[in-house]
Write a new protein. Structure first.
Length: 238
């Protein structure tokens, strides 16, 4: 699915073009949390369609993420929790009511067809982006399927099953010194698990525009969590 490795013009003072890797799996929009659920992976497909319509894909290296493996997920998550996600299906969930309660899988985080594949896909994009950045193969990595930061080590939470942010940070920490920047909300789960240094908040409205004024190397996650490392440009997770 590689469509080239062109660069995007930069708004940075140095005027240097940034090489962008964009991770996208065409199947990600097929996953369905259920009727009435506010989490809609189909929006990721809509975002991709907008990128294509505006001609932005030609300026990026478009890559299909490799699915995260069990051992990748277990770098943060408990083995029994990952095993549960791999085995649970809509057909078998009634036989595992105790496990559903234990791992907080239910109304907010429902069981749906392809649940584990969905987790592997979005986590694979985030970890893959971190790997690209670690090897200096791009300046900015994008995974709009990611950013599911509520997931805990042993349970689902807030529509999130696998915490791809923690997994990406753990990968980045192999090479980079990473600083956690909570601009609108504090995610103690990420800070405690990754042992990150916390930067002080911006004064005023902490938006991405202000972040761009600080330093070129950056990692954007889920609109309001910003992580800085001084040797790469950024990983964007939605």
């Amino acid at each position: 699915m590689d469509t080239g490795g062109n660069s995007l013009p930069s708004a940075a003072p140095d005027g240097v073009k940034r090489k962008v890797c964009y991770f996208y799996d065409p199947e990600v929009g097929n996953y369905y949390y259920g009727q009435g659920h506010p989490m809609k992976p189909h929006r990721i497909r809509m975002t991709h369609a907008l990128l294509a319509h505006y001609g932005l894909l030609q300026h990026m290296q478009v890559l299909k993420p490799f699915p995260a493996r069990d051992r990748d997920l277990c770098r943060f998550h408990a083995d029994d929790y990952v095993s549960f996600l791999r085995s649970i299906t809509p057909e078998t969930q009634q036989d595992q009511l105790r496990q559903l309660k234990r791992f907080n899988v239910g109304e907010d985080c429902p069981v749906f067809d392809g649940l584990y594949s969905f987790c592997q896909t979005y986590a694979g994009g985030s970890v893959g982006g971190a790997v690209k950045l670690n090897h200096n193969l791009c300046d900015i990595a994008v995974n709009w399927a990611g950013g599911l930061h509520h997931a805990k080590k042993c349970e689902a939470s807030g529509f999130c099953y696998v915490n791809d942010i923690v997994l990406a940070i753990l990968e980045l920490l192999k090479v980079h010194e990473v600083f956690y920047y909570p601009s609108l909300a504090m995610d103690a789960n990420i800070v405690s698990q990754c042992h990150l240094e916390i930067c002080p908040p911006f004064l005023g409205n902490p938006g991405l525009t202000q972040c761009l004024l600080i330093t070129t190397p950056k990692l954007y996650i889920n609109y309001y969590i910003i992580i800085f490392s001084f040797r790469f440009s950024g990983l964007i997770l939605s």
